[in-house]
Design a protein around this ligand. Sequence first.
Ligand code: PRP
Ligand code: URA
Length: 242
Amino acid sequence: AKPSQSPKQSVGPDYRPEQQKPTATVSTAVPFENVHTLSQTPQLIALLTMIRDKNTDRADFIFYSNRIIRLLVEEGLNHLPVVEHAITTPVGRTYAGVMFQGKICGVSIMRAGEAMEQGLRDCCRSVRIGKILIQRDEETCMPKLFYDKLPEDIADRWCLLLDPMFATGGSAIMAVDVLKDRGVPENRILFLNLIASPQGIENFAKKFPKLRVVTAFIDQGLDEKNYIVPGLGDFGDRFYTM
Ligand code: PRP
Ligand code: URA
């Protein structure tokens, strides 16, 4: 099924009367069970509005991107497996809780994906991080693999793949192929992403049906240069050099 165009919706908590809520463009709905979009809260929409604005300077772009990255990492962690874990509290009572099961690692698609590493480190102390350098050719938009450096035991870990922009999907697909070649099963890869295009999501979800995607927002589409629209421009340039 073709995804529908990004709709405008009222934004705000359910208890607030509809006429008191502003409307904003929210994420495009897609029919894939393995794609999770962050809840379209007023906070998330306000943060995205800041980083999409061409007049936002680099310091603010970094600050507000980091806020969204933190939300993505926190949501991503909800998709990792846990096992039952009972503990005793200082007042001698039992609390039936859970604990994370299994080892993880981050894998960033350089350069822009590296911007998401700190958010992961802030939540997962001393997490191992692998790197894959893939660059999209500016003319053809085809991805090119230059380099990868990954933890030796990556096949035994859950991989959190990091890239803020997901346009045609070519770069992320190439990165997943690298991970699969290293023995990481598809169902142990979680792709964390800020803004996706419906085309990228569709290509990816069909090619890797067992891989989970957690994204903040699915946009309307791609322009003639395969940039995401409305998008935010070139993430790497705005975060690192502009
Ligand atoms: C950007 C982005 C993704 C890719 C998305 O990186 O960070 O990796 O493009 O496009 P795609 O889905 O069509 O492949 P880019 O290659 O521009 O390099 P950068 O990280 O250095 O900015
Ligand atoms: N890379 C970006 O940084 N932005 C896009 O819109 C597409 C690819």
